[in-house]
Design a protein around this ligand. Structure first.
Ligand code: SF4
Length: 509
């Protein structure tokens, strides 16, 4: 598929767009399209890709952006976000500096096309545009920091039309070394000092400036913010800016480009929406942003962790310590009331199925819980009223659909629990006292940590609150784990459970 069809339809055996023509157009931009690992994405994609590539490339980029969104909501700094998303970038959007030309080309092409596809998804409203710009800018910063100084330099040079930056020579830097150090030494020191770490010595900073800082000079009116904050050296109308501060200038430039181009994309949407192949994919992608599909192939059922899930074991802390709050809350209500209403039975039943409880154990579990103690329900009555529904969830009755566990978005889309109901997401549905009690039960007692969760809830970022709780309750394991999905945003109760068990397994080794 050509990005993007306007009038022509694909004819079997024929390409809509000649590659040679695309190459000519690319040349007219006067820049080597994939010459750098970093891009302002100012050249549109022109070659053909398949519908499958269109969708999978966009989903892969979306996974990275969702993670960034989640980190930002938890107020992580760029350098912490970098640690979290590096493994995801390696997995979904690698950009190797390598010498393998075809690999480099394929990786950069995927990066280029996925960016443009997501522009189509995120250009539709002001709110989505802001979200996209914010997350893409963080991605840009992280990637810039991953470049070698030589590559950073080459990237800036390749955009000489947009960035009239002039690097000063080493001789010039050494001539005005004292002035540069006096003006920018402190800001460089603050940037290099790791939070809570020992302050770096002045000698270290001087050495760093000599060896690592490449200063640019710009007419001072181009950087009014830096001038007014007195954070740079000024001489004869020029501002001298160290590498440390250049990234923010690049990020501002990138944001301006994105703001303009997203509006242009929005204006051209009506033409694109005539394309009956692309529209359903785009709609699906925008739904995916808030509802990334949890992939059971990667976790739980296929991970070999499921065999010990029985009617009895899920009541034991060894297993239920891994439950997210929604599942714990449902199970506590079930144990306490010997009953759960329909929505709660569905939510908990499918969750338990997802963690590996088979249908026989599920029947034992529900029948025991519903008929135990002072409950007036007999086993016969249970079999008559509830057995069919449990077997139905396992695809053994009726339409024989093999139902999947509900993800957070599905749970949050259901009606809120009424009186006597316990389904839903506790971060949204419990009152503050009950929420804090549940956090305490999970071992979160530090007031500052509790406040962090409450702030997320106040912003209605329920899955962010849940991810934060996961991180707080798995601090030790996360610190020692080298898992590639570290920092992954929780968007599914079963993902929470499976990650928690996997971390426990890694920790026990
Ligand atoms: Fe459950 Fe999702 Fe809410 Fe966490 S965010 S408690 S996993 S519904």
């Amino acid at each position: 598929m050509k990005m993007f069809r306007q009038a022509k339809r694909r004819t079997a055996g024929r390409r809509n767009f000649e590659l040679s023509k695309a190459a000519t157009i690319y040349q007219s931009y006067g820049r080597n399209l994939y010459g750098s690992r970093l891009s302002f994405y100012d050249i549109p994609p022109l070659e053909e890709i398949t519908l499958e590539e269109f969708e999978t490339w966009a989903i892969d980029r979306l996974k990275v952006l969702i993670e960034i969104e989640s980190c930002l909501a938890r107020l992580k700094l760029v350098r912490d976000i970098e640690v979290t998303i590096k493994p995801l970038l390696l997995k979904y959007l690698p950009l190797s500096p390598g010498t393998n030309e075809s690999q480099v080309y394929e990786e950069r092409k995927k990066d280029h096309y996925s960016h443009f596809i997501l522009r189509l998804v995120f250009c539709r409203t002001e709110e989505l545009r802001k979200k996209f710009i914010k997350n893409e800018t963080v991605l840009f910063k992280v990637r810039y920091n991953m470049l070698q100084p030589k590559e950073q330099h080459a990237f800036v040079e390749s955009y000489h039309d947009k960035l009239p930056w002039k690097y000063i020579s080493t001789e010039e830097k050494m001539e005005m070394f004292d002035e540069l150090y006096d003006a920018t030494g402190l800001i460089i020191k603050n940037n290099l000092t790791i939070d809570g770490g020992e302050p770096l010595s002045n000698d270290y900073i001087k050495q760093h400036i000599k060896l690592k800082e490449n200063f640019i000079k710009l007419p001072f009116e181009k950087v009014p913010g830096l001038v007014s904050s007195r954070s740079i050296y000024l001489k004869q109308g020029y501002a001298y800016i160290p590498t440390t501060l250049q990234l923010n200038l690049l990020a501002v430039e990138y944001q301006e480009i994105l703001t303009k181009t997203l509006l242009k994309t929005f204006q051209s949407l009506p033409r694109l929406e005539e394309d009956d192949r692309v529209l359903p994919l785009l709609n699906n992608l925008s739904r995916n942003f808030s509802n990334m599909q949890y992939d059971a192939q990667q976790y739980g059922q296929d991970s070999g962790l499921a065999s010990d899930i029985t009617a009895a074991s899920v009541l034991q802390p060894a297993i239920n310590q891994h439950f997210p709050m929604c599942a714990s809350h449902l199970q506590k209500s079930l144990v306490h009331q010997s009953h759960l209403k329909f929505q709660g039975r569905q939510q908990l039943g499918l969750f338990l199925k997802g963690i590996g409880m088979n249908v026989d154990e599920a029947l034992k579990y529900w029948s025991y819980q519903f008929t135990k103690g002072s409950s007036s329900l007999t086993v016969e009555k249970f079999n008559k009223e509830y057995k069919y529904n449990i077997r139905h969830n396992y695809g053994l009755e009726g339409s024989r659909t093999n139902y999947r566990p509900w993800d957070c978005a599905t749970i949050l889309s259901k009606p809120k629990p009424g009186k006597g109901e316990s389904h839903g997401c506790p971060y949204r549905d419990l009152n503050m006292d009950a929420l804090v009690d549940n956090l305490n039960d999970m071992g979160i007692v530090d007031q500052q940590e509790i406040n962090g969760v409450i702030d997320d809830v106040g912003r209605r970022e329920y899955t962010v609150a849940c991810t934060r709780v996961f991180e707080l309750t798995h601090k030790k394991q996360l610190a020692t784990s080298k898992q590639s999905d570290e920092g992954m945003h929780i968007n599914h109760p079963n993902l929470y459970f499976d990650r928690s068990r996997q971390l426990e397994r890694v920790d026990a080794k």
